[in-house]
Design a protein around this ligand. Structure first.
Ligand SMILES: C[S@@+](CC[C@H](N)C(=O)[O-])C[C@H]1O[C@@H](n2cnc3c(N)ncnc32)[C@H](O)[C@@H]1O
Length: 310
């Protein structure tokens, strides 16, 4: 097998969005291959420190090797970023100058044949770590209606009912290739389709297995809670469902009043706690996408913690 690397996405934009400072303290919630983490440590040297978190123990091991030269400046914890507040408190790692989330999975995980790719002739697992239900359990044990709802909600696939019916008829499904085949049988393979017909079903299962949307929604306010004034939160997302959560969180926290527009006078008393750093979402350059096709769907949003107006 050719050696695998994970190319960090939108590296320059991420470092700029975080406004990495010499001697600063950073949390990387999604260590992965530790590419962003390494660059943050380099740019914050001398004196910069980083707490790296990943659900995947293999990412933590890789990070230990890659970041060894930074010595005590690096702390690594295997865990879910939905606990980032507690993890940072336990490590006495707050306040921080920046928090990064680079969502989804790494090229290492894709290459490890855990069922993330429809080409994997390997057990359908899809867990970032080792906790919770595997994709095989969902596919083989959930009812047809539940499966259809899942594929519609998290995969946004209009053919969800047909796909769910075919999945149930094809049980037991053991591998990713078998699942991909069942989806293809349900919807056919149109030559003009840019992506594999099972792409949306795989996305839906991955989101459900790792509770990706709930973890993100829980993590954002915790990440904010770790920031000092003037410190930054940066999030790279790869599909519209997670980007929407980030966008709405930042939009809400950047506004002084969140009352319904119909109310003539503010009754909520909500105060802005964030200032948007990116105007809308930043996307990778065409050159980056050409060099690293996995960057193509990336959206970067960032915000800075501000003092609440009296
Ligand atoms: C896209 S990779 C990060 C790549 C990294 N920025 C780099 O430069 O190599 C995403 C990583 O986040 C981890 N991850 C995804 N969801 C997580 C969660 N809820 N908690 C902790 N880690 C998570 C995955 O295991 C994966 O290793």
């Amino acid at each position: 097998m050719p050696s695998v690397t994970h190319i960090p996405v939108m590296m320059r934009e991420v470092l700029d969005a975080l406004d990495v400072q010499q001697g600063g303290r950073y949390v990387d919630c999604t260590l992965g291959g530790a590419g962003h983490a390494e660059a943050i440590l380099e740019r914050s040297a001398p004196g910069g420190t980083l707490l790296g978190i990943d659900a995947d123990p293999a990412a933590i091991e890789r990070g230990r090797e890659r970041l060894a030269r930074f010595g005590d400046g690096v702390r690594l914890v295997q865990g879910n970023f939905s606990d980032v507040g507690d993890i940072a408190m336990q490590m006495e790692f707050a306040p921080v100058n920046g928090v990064l989330m680079d969502l989804g999975l790494s090229s290492f995980q894709l290459a490890e044949e855990r069922g993330f790719s429809f080409r994997d002739d390997a057990p359908l697992d899809m867990r970032f770590g080792s906790e919770g239900l595997s994709a095989a359990e969902i596919v083989n044990e959930w009812g047809e209606a539940e499966l259809a709802d899942l594929i519609f909600k998290y995969g946004e696939d209009p053919a969800s009912r047909r796909i769910a019916r075919r999945i149930v008829a094809s049980r037991p499904i053991g591998t990713a290739v078998e699942l991909a085949k069942a989806v293809e049988q349900a919807v056919g393979r149109r030559a003009n389709l840019k992506s594999h017909p099972a792409t949306r079903t795989f996305q839906a299962l991955r989101i459900a297995v790792n509770q990706e949307l709930a973890s993100l929604a829980t993590a954002l306010p915790q990440a904010y809670g770790l920031l000092g004034f003037g410190s930054r939160l940066a999030v790279l997302s790869y599909h519209s469902l997670e980007d929407r959560i980030v966008k709405e969180y930042i939009a809400r926290e950047s506004r002084d009043c969140i009352c319904p527009p119909a109310l003539p006078v503010c009754q909520c008393g909500h105060k802005a706690t964030l200032r948007r750093v990116t105007k809308g979402a930043l996307t990778p350059t065409l050159a980056e996408v050409a060099a690293n096709p996995r960057a193509r769907s990336a959206r970067l949003r960032a915000a800075e913690r501000i003092a609440v107006a009296a």
